[in-house]
Design a binder for this molecule. Structure first.
Ligand code: SF4
Length: 223
Protein backbone atom coordinates (compact mmCIF):
# COMPACT_ATOMS: atom_id res chain seq x y z
CA UNK A 1 0.00 0.00 0.00
CA UNK A 2 1.33 3.46 -0.93
CA UNK A 3 1.98 5.74 2.05
CA UNK A 4 2.08 9.36 0.89
CA UNK A 5 4.40 11.84 2.62
CA UNK A 6 3.14 15.05 4.21
CA UNK A 7 4.30 17.13 1.24
CA UNK A 8 2.17 15.01 -1.12
CA UNK A 9 -1.14 15.35 0.74
CA UNK A 10 -3.91 16.80 -1.42
CA UNK A 11 -6.93 18.70 -0.14
CA UNK A 12 -9.73 16.30 0.64
CA UNK A 13 -12.35 18.82 -0.52
CA UNK A 14 -10.76 18.60 -3.99
CA UNK A 15 -12.42 15.23 -4.56
CA UNK A 16 -15.81 16.87 -5.14
CA UNK A 17 -14.21 19.34 -7.60
CA UNK A 18 -12.38 16.54 -9.40
CA UNK A 19 -15.56 14.44 -9.64
CA UNK A 20 -17.46 17.49 -10.95
CA UNK A 21 -14.80 18.44 -13.53
CA UNK A 22 -11.12 17.49 -13.61
CA UNK A 23 -10.19 20.83 -15.14
CA UNK A 24 -12.01 22.74 -12.39
CA UNK A 25 -10.04 20.81 -9.77
CA UNK A 26 -6.73 21.54 -11.53
CA UNK A 27 -7.54 25.26 -11.88
CA UNK A 28 -8.39 25.53 -8.18
CA UNK A 29 -5.90 23.16 -6.62
CA UNK A 30 -2.95 23.18 -9.03
CA UNK A 31 -3.18 26.70 -10.46
CA UNK A 32 -4.72 28.34 -7.38
CA UNK A 33 -7.56 30.09 -9.20
CA UNK A 34 -10.85 30.72 -7.45
CA UNK A 35 -13.86 32.71 -8.56
CA UNK A 36 -16.69 33.11 -6.14
CA UNK A 37 -20.19 32.75 -7.45
CA UNK A 38 -23.46 32.59 -5.63
CA UNK A 39 -23.27 28.80 -5.34
CA UNK A 40 -19.87 28.75 -3.68
CA UNK A 41 -20.85 31.70 -1.43
CA UNK A 42 -23.94 29.81 -0.23
CA UNK A 43 -21.82 26.72 0.35
CA UNK A 44 -19.32 28.71 2.40
CA UNK A 45 -22.06 30.17 4.62
CA UNK A 46 -23.35 26.65 5.30
CA UNK A 47 -19.82 25.51 6.13
CA UNK A 48 -19.27 28.47 8.47
CA UNK A 49 -22.41 27.38 10.35
CA UNK A 50 -21.16 23.82 10.50
CA UNK A 51 -17.70 24.94 11.71
CA UNK A 52 -18.97 27.51 14.21
CA UNK A 53 -16.94 26.04 17.06
CA UNK A 54 -14.84 23.03 17.97
CA UNK A 55 -17.05 22.10 20.89
CA UNK A 56 -18.17 18.55 21.66
CA UNK A 57 -21.70 18.36 23.09
CA UNK A 58 -23.17 15.29 24.71
CA UNK A 59 -26.74 14.25 24.02
CA UNK A 60 -27.40 10.93 25.71
CA UNK A 61 -25.11 8.53 23.85
CA UNK A 62 -24.03 11.03 21.24
CA UNK A 63 -21.02 13.35 21.05
CA UNK A 64 -20.76 15.96 18.30
CA UNK A 65 -17.44 17.41 17.16
CA UNK A 66 -17.11 20.17 14.57
CA UNK A 67 -14.25 20.98 12.20
CA UNK A 68 -12.22 17.86 13.07
CA UNK A 69 -8.97 17.75 11.06
CA UNK A 70 -8.44 14.41 9.32
CA UNK A 71 -5.86 12.86 7.01
CA UNK A 72 -5.00 9.58 5.35
CA UNK A 73 -1.50 8.46 4.35
CA UNK A 74 -2.88 5.70 2.13
CA UNK A 75 -5.12 8.11 0.18
CA UNK A 76 -2.70 11.05 0.39
CA UNK A 77 -5.32 13.58 1.54
CA UNK A 78 -5.96 15.90 4.45
CA UNK A 79 -8.88 18.14 5.31
CA UNK A 80 -11.62 18.71 7.84
CA UNK A 81 -14.95 17.10 8.58
CA UNK A 82 -17.84 19.53 9.03
CA UNK A 83 -19.22 17.38 11.84
CA UNK A 84 -18.27 14.02 13.30
CA UNK A 85 -20.84 12.30 15.47
CA UNK A 86 -19.57 9.73 17.96
CA UNK A 87 -22.13 7.16 19.09
CA UNK A 88 -21.60 4.79 21.97
CA UNK A 89 -20.82 1.36 20.49
CA UNK A 90 -18.84 -1.75 21.44
CA UNK A 91 -17.11 -1.50 18.03
CA UNK A 92 -15.93 2.04 18.77
CA UNK A 93 -12.80 3.54 20.29
CA UNK A 94 -12.15 5.09 23.72
CA UNK A 95 -12.19 8.91 23.82
CA UNK A 96 -10.19 10.94 26.32
CA UNK A 97 -12.33 12.03 29.25
CA UNK A 98 -15.32 9.89 28.20
CA UNK A 99 -16.42 6.54 29.44
CA UNK A 100 -17.05 3.65 27.09
CA UNK A 101 -16.22 3.32 23.41
CA UNK A 102 -17.49 5.49 20.58
CA UNK A 103 -18.00 4.96 16.86
CA UNK A 104 -17.46 7.97 14.55
CA UNK A 105 -19.81 8.99 11.71
CA UNK A 106 -18.88 11.93 9.45
CA UNK A 107 -21.60 14.42 8.47
CA UNK A 108 -21.00 16.83 5.58
CA UNK A 109 -23.10 19.95 4.96
CA UNK A 110 -23.94 20.82 1.37
CA UNK A 111 -25.97 23.51 -0.32
CA UNK A 112 -28.77 22.45 -2.63
CA UNK A 113 -30.18 18.98 -2.70
CA UNK A 114 -29.07 15.41 -3.26
CA UNK A 115 -27.36 15.02 -6.64
CA UNK A 116 -27.21 12.27 -9.21
CA UNK A 117 -23.42 12.47 -9.36
CA UNK A 118 -21.33 10.83 -6.65
CA UNK A 119 -19.19 13.95 -6.00
CA UNK A 120 -20.54 14.59 -2.47
CA UNK A 121 -20.63 10.89 -1.59
CA UNK A 122 -17.00 10.43 -2.68
CA UNK A 123 -15.82 13.32 -0.49
CA UNK A 124 -17.74 11.94 2.50
CA UNK A 125 -16.40 8.42 1.94
CA UNK A 126 -12.83 9.78 1.87
CA UNK A 127 -13.53 11.39 5.27
CA UNK A 128 -14.73 8.00 6.52
CA UNK A 129 -11.53 6.28 5.31
CA UNK A 130 -9.44 8.99 7.03
CA UNK A 131 -11.30 8.41 10.32
CA UNK A 132 -10.84 4.64 10.03
CA UNK A 133 -7.10 5.06 9.51
CA UNK A 134 -6.67 7.63 12.28
CA UNK A 135 -8.83 5.95 14.90
CA UNK A 136 -8.41 2.28 13.85
CA UNK A 137 -12.12 1.49 14.00
CA UNK A 138 -14.78 0.77 11.37
CA UNK A 139 -16.66 3.68 9.79
CA UNK A 140 -19.41 1.97 7.77
CA UNK A 141 -21.42 5.05 6.74
CA UNK A 142 -21.81 8.82 6.87
CA UNK A 143 -24.48 11.45 6.28
CA UNK A 144 -24.88 14.29 3.78
CA UNK A 145 -27.04 17.17 5.02
CA UNK A 146 -28.51 19.32 2.27
CA UNK A 147 -29.29 22.98 3.02
CA UNK A 148 -32.10 23.30 0.49
CA UNK A 149 -34.11 20.26 1.56
CA UNK A 150 -32.86 20.30 5.18
CA UNK A 151 -32.62 16.54 4.98
CA UNK A 152 -29.96 14.01 5.79
CA UNK A 153 -29.03 11.31 3.34
CA UNK A 154 -27.31 8.21 4.67
CA UNK A 155 -24.32 7.15 2.57
CA UNK A 156 -23.08 3.56 3.14
CA UNK A 157 -19.34 3.32 2.47
CA UNK A 158 -19.55 0.34 0.13
CA UNK A 159 -16.52 -1.37 -1.39
CA UNK A 160 -17.51 0.11 -4.76
CA UNK A 161 -17.53 3.67 -3.36
CA UNK A 162 -14.22 3.13 -1.53
CA UNK A 163 -12.61 1.81 -4.74
CA UNK A 164 -13.88 4.86 -6.62
CA UNK A 165 -12.32 7.14 -3.97
CA UNK A 166 -8.96 5.36 -4.18
CA UNK A 167 -8.89 5.34 -7.98
CA UNK A 168 -9.87 8.98 -8.23
CA UNK A 169 -7.22 10.04 -5.74
CA UNK A 170 -4.55 8.05 -7.57
CA UNK A 171 -5.50 9.95 -10.72
CA UNK A 172 -5.39 13.27 -8.82
CA UNK A 173 -1.90 12.47 -7.50
CA UNK A 174 -0.74 11.69 -11.04
CA UNK A 175 -2.06 15.05 -12.29
CA UNK A 176 -0.51 16.84 -9.29
CA UNK A 177 2.92 15.23 -9.88
CA UNK A 178 2.82 16.32 -13.55
CA UNK A 179 1.29 19.71 -12.75
CA UNK A 180 -1.21 18.90 -15.49
CA UNK A 181 -4.38 20.92 -16.11
CA UNK A 182 -6.78 19.10 -18.49
CA UNK A 183 -8.15 20.96 -21.50
CA UNK A 184 -11.66 22.42 -21.60
CA UNK A 185 -14.40 19.87 -22.19
CA UNK A 186 -17.58 21.87 -21.70
CA UNK A 187 -20.84 20.27 -20.66
CA UNK A 188 -24.16 21.20 -19.11
CA UNK A 189 -22.43 21.28 -15.73
CA UNK A 190 -20.40 24.36 -16.80
CA UNK A 191 -23.45 26.56 -16.05
CA UNK A 192 -23.00 25.90 -12.31
CA UNK A 193 -19.20 26.24 -12.39
CA UNK A 194 -17.64 29.06 -10.37
CA UNK A 195 -14.73 29.21 -12.83
CA UNK A 196 -16.62 29.43 -16.10
CA UNK A 197 -15.50 33.01 -16.75
CA UNK A 198 -11.87 31.98 -16.32
CA UNK A 199 -12.22 28.73 -18.15
CA UNK A 200 -14.10 30.25 -21.14
CA UNK A 201 -16.01 27.12 -22.09
CA UNK A 202 -18.16 28.97 -24.64
CA UNK A 203 -15.09 29.67 -26.71
CA UNK A 204 -14.08 26.07 -27.17
CA UNK A 205 -13.74 25.24 -30.81
CA UNK A 206 -13.27 28.90 -31.64
CA UNK A 207 -10.29 30.08 -29.60
CA UNK A 208 -8.12 28.64 -26.84
CA UNK A 209 -8.03 30.76 -23.66
CA UNK A 210 -4.50 31.90 -24.55
CA UNK A 211 -5.54 32.94 -28.07
CA UNK A 212 -8.65 34.64 -26.69
CA UNK A 213 -6.58 36.72 -24.27
CA UNK A 214 -4.04 37.55 -27.00
CA UNK A 215 -6.84 38.59 -29.37
CA UNK A 216 -8.41 40.72 -26.63
CA UNK A 217 -5.08 42.44 -25.91
CA UNK A 218 -4.58 43.13 -29.60
CA UNK A 219 -8.09 44.66 -29.76
CA UNK A 220 -7.28 46.91 -26.79
CA UNK A 221 -3.95 47.93 -28.38
CA UNK A 222 -5.73 48.92 -31.58
CA UNK A 223 -8.26 51.16 -29.76
S1 SF4 B 1 -16.30 25.87 -17.04
FE1 SF4 B 1 -16.79 23.72 -17.42
S2 SF4 B 1 -14.90 22.82 -18.30
FE2 SF4 B 1 -14.35 24.77 -17.32
S3 SF4 B 1 -13.70 24.25 -15.27
FE3 SF4 B 1 -15.87 24.78 -15.14
S4 SF4 B 1 -16.96 22.86 -15.38
FE4 SF4 B 1 -14.85 22.51 -16.06
Amino acid sequence: MTAYGEEDLLQLSGLQHFAFCRRQWALIHLEGQWAENILTAQGQILHQNAHDDGFAEKRRDLLVTRGLRVFSRSLGVSGACDVVEFRRSPEGVPLRGREGSWLPTPVEYKRGHSKETDADRLQLCAQGICLEEMLACPVPAGYLYYGETRRREEVPFTEALRTQVREMLEEMHQYARRGYTPRVKPGKFCGACSLKELCLPGLLGKLSPEKYIRAHLEEVAEE
